[in-house]
Design a protein around this ligand. Structure first.
Ligand code: PEP
Length: 249
């Protein structure tokens, strides 16, 4: 059966002292739900995070990685570097990376291949822009993002894939998709996967929702049958808020 997951994407926030302080706050909290909990600090603080959370159920994950094994890619980080510090899960395709760093379906498909080759796991992000929704194109945009990024995979690969539907218009804006809008899209995504890979695989993929999830709305969003958790931005930077969301199942 698919898992509940709550992952905090810290983005480009928190230097080392702030990372230490937030991790120590997180360690003082109790997980009372059945959610798997992950945090994604910035690259420079991943190693500290892994060390500090060694005896904790909280997994430290990365916000991005390059698809190449190594080489002349100034400023980039590869899969082996992450694995060598016990980071085995990576967020790919976040809308900020698609928008500001020209990440395309093609480059993301290559990153996904590297994740699988290296025995890692990914939280694969996608979602429509406001104009797509206004034009009524949100389903076709999401369908093409997941098909182009992931549908070259074989069925077995799906056990290493977590999906995160993040409508771009809801990220960091305080505007949340309604629980009904989230459910409608998550059900569509699951059906799209089932049509190609069958019900077993579709039923076992965790599909997270991301976009202004807060303690006040998490429970209602997570109560929807096809919403298996959340990818959390702003609210992940405060331990009380993050844990209110973690424990909202
Ligand atoms: C995100 O960046 O993935 C995100 C969902 O951000 P926020 O929760 O701040 O909208």
């Amino acid at each position: 059966m698919r898992k509940h997951i709550v992952a905090g994407n810290w983005k480009m926030n928190n230097d080392l002292p702030s990372t230490q302080a937030l991790i120590s706050d997180l360690k003082s909290k109790e997980i009372t739900s059945d959610a798997e909990v992950m945090i994604a600090p910035t690259f420079t603080n991943l190693f500290h995070g892994v060390e500090a959370l060694k005896d904790s159920p909280i997994e430290v994950i990365a916000q991005n990685m390059h698809y190449a094994a190594s080489g002349a890619y100034t400023g980039e980080v590869n899969a082996d570097m992450l694995k060598s510090i016990a980071v085995n899960t990576v967020i790919l395709g976040h809308s900020e990376r698609r928008a500001y760093y020209n990440e395309t379906d093609d480059s993301l498909a290559k990153k996904v291949d590297t994740v699988l080759e290296k025995g890692m796991r990914t939280i694969f992000c996608f979602g429509e822009e406001l104009q797509d929704r206004k034009d009524g194109n949100h389903f076709s945009v999401v369908e093409s993002q997941i098909k182009n990024g992931l549908f070259h995979l074989d069925g077995a690969a799906w056990s290493s894939i977590v999906l995160a539907y993040e409508p771009v218009w809801a990220i960091g804006t305080g505007e949340t998709a309604s629980p009904e809008q989230a459910q409608e899209m998550h059900a569509f995504i699951r059906t799209t996967i089932a049509d190609t890979y069958g019900n077993d695989i579709a039923d076992n993929v965790s599909i997270l929702y991301g976009g202004s999830v807060k303690p006040a709305n998490a429970q209602e969003i997570f109560s929807k049958p096809d919403v298996d958790g959340g990818l959390i931005g702003g609210a992940a930077l405060n331990a009380d808020d993050f844990f209110a969301i973690v424990n909202a199942f």
